[in-house]
Design a protein around this ligand. Structure first.
Ligand SMILES: [Cu+2]
Length: 118
């Protein structure tokens, strides 16, 4: 009986600490126009597990399209709108804009980016 009470108290404190966690911190990657064409700024970010990454189309219309890593996403964002993804697993995730990048022999050029989750 006493053991059960300890287990219940432990579970309650664990739940309490989970509930006290703040919402996932967000990292913002912006789709912008540069003299070298449209780019993601920053084009590479390193984040902790559980981080929400937000892509915002500041200038132009873009897609956030996964092309490498264990994830699936292809979302079009019109100027002024955004999309997001919460990265819950360690890994390297590459994305690109289908309108403003090329993918040739596994090399992305143009509007390409990378999220490293560690
Ligand atoms: Cu684009």
């Amino acid at each position: 009986m006493r053991r059960n009470l300890v287990a219940i108290a432990l579970a309650a404190s664990l739940l309490g600490s989970l509930a006290a966690q703040p919402a996932e911190a967000a990292v913002v990657i912006k789709g912008v126009s540069t003299t070298a064409g449209f780019k993601w700024k920053p084009h590479a970010v390193s984040v902790a597990k559980g981080t929400k990454v937000v892509w915002k189309a500041v200038t132009g219309t873009h897609t956030v399209t996964a092309w490498k890593g264990r994830w699936s996403k292809s979302t079009t964002i019109r100027q002024g709108t955004s999309t997001s993804f919460i990265f819950r697993r360690i890994g390297i995730y590459r994305f690109r804009c289908l309108f403003h990048s090329t993918l040739v022999s596994g090399v992305c050029r143009g509007m390409c980016g990378r999220v490293t989750v560690g």
